[in-house]
Ligand binder design. Structure first.
Ligand code: GLU
Length: 392
């Protein structure tokens, strides 16, 4: 059976493939500390679980309208109006199977063969692949020294085929939150060069210091018209396995994505829609507790990394640290570094190559404090061994 060129070159999602590897090691009896995957280790809030069960028992587990139930679309519009500070209506929203699915739907709807899309680095593993699947070319633009977007480099990268800009704040893998000035400059660039903005805001709720993440939609009506927001239930409500998210933007884009998904995936999961609506109706108290726990772990992990001499961009949001390990790579690259760390110490970190930053590793701190301490100990032992190795 011959595969199409469209899928032949698609690599597995690095984060998901590594997570599967860590799980397999654990299933084989190893005490693996899995800092690979970006998945909250909390349970979904009680109200979410109850709404899901009620939907199953109450006969709501049937097809829904393609763009989502009216209740959920209204709940998302109200949530966006509150959290992004600009009015959204249900017709601006299409519910999707996840934020990832919303993103791929938007990319397929917006990218034509040969189009170029600017992707500021470091960037989550699937952006570039989704653009390629759509027939486009991701233009990967390295960051400034502080890991913010390099505006001059982005401007220089715009060519005649550039159609859009992919933003992610708070950022996976760095936790960087775009400053208001950077958001304004990026919107100005998009306006000047007539680019759409796809703004992945799935970590919007998870910011631990400073002002909240600013969405480009807040920068006036023109900015809002060229921006589509992606968000979902996975990170803010610990609902990864529910697979539910949305795209919010211009009604013609929302309609296009609903038609695309109508021909491919069908309507979003009815049970998860009911559960997500419950999460959004009134923020469950568990969310604030989860955010406080992440804030504590973040401080704990950053202090521990600092003691080991590992520094990286200060992560204001998300639940990742992204330290520079280049002094310890002894010429063999970060993938070998992470491989050895897993094989010898059962500590699972993602190599920065997956995100376009080969001197770094990503640590997810979706782990309790004791496991974080254990992870730091294993890392310290590993680094000490490597220093000796490289000095030989
Ligand atoms: N976004 C998460 C991560 O980066 C989940 C895995 C994925 O879908 O890539 O680990």
């Amino acid at each position: 059976m011959e595969l199409s060129p469209r899928v032949r070159g698609i690599p597995p999602s690095t984060t998901l493939a590594l997570d599967a590897r860590a799980r397999a090691r654990r299933a084989a009896g190893r005490d693996v500390i899995n800092m690979f995957v970006g998945e909250p280790d909390f349970e979904a809030p009680a109200a979410v679980q109850e709404a899901a069960c009620a939907a199953v028992r109450g006969g709501e587990a049937r097809y829904t309208p393609m763009a989502g139930t009216p209740e959920l679309r209204a709940a998302i519009a109200a949530h966006l109006t509150r959290s992004r500070g600009v009015p959204f209506a249900p017709e601006h929203v299409v519910v999707c199977h996840s934020a990832k699915h919303a993103l791929s739907g938007a990319v397929l709807a917006l990218v034509s063969d040969g189009d170029e899309v600017l992707v500021p680095l470091p960037a989550w593993v699937s952006y570039a692949e989704q653009v390629r699947v759509a027939g486009g070319r991701p233009v990967l633009v390295p960051p400034r020294a502080d890991f913010g977007p390099d505006l001059a480099a982005l401007r220089a990268a715009v060519g005649p085929r550039t159609v859009g800009l992919l933003l992610n704040s708070p950022c996976n893998p760095t936790g960087h939150v775009l400053s208001d000035d950077d958001v304004a400059a990026l919107v100005a660039l998009a306006e000047e060069r007539d680019l759409w903005i796809l703004s992945d805001e799935v970590y919007h709720r998870l910011v631990y210091e400073g002002p909240p993440a600013r969405s480009p939609v807040g920068l006036g009506e023109a900015a809002r018209r060229r921006t589509a927001v992606v968000d979902g239930a996975s990170k803010a409500f610990a609902m990864t396995g529910y697979r539910i998210g949305f795209l919010a933007g211009a009604p013609e884009l929302v309609d296009a994505v609903a038609r695309l998904h109508g021909q491919t995936t069908g309507c979003p999961n009815a049970v998860s829609q009911a559960a997500y609506a419950a999460a959004l109706a009134d923020e469950p108290p568990e969310v604030g507790r989860m955010v406080a726990a992440f804030a504590q772990r973040r401080a704990h992990l950053l202090a521990g990394l600092e003691r080991l001499g590992l520094r990286g961009p200060p992560p204001r949001g998300a639940f990742y640290a992204f330290p520079d390990v280049s002094p310890w790579l002894d010429g063999r690259g970060v993938e070998a570094f992470c491989d050895e760390l897993l094989e010898e110490h059962d500590l699972a970190l993602v190599p920065g190559t997956a995100f376009g930053a080969p001197g770094h590793v990503r640590l997810s701190y979706a782990l309790g404090l004791e496991r974080l301490d254990e992870a730091l100990e294993r890392l310290a032992t590993f680094l000490a061994g490597r220093r000796v190795d490289s000095a030989r």
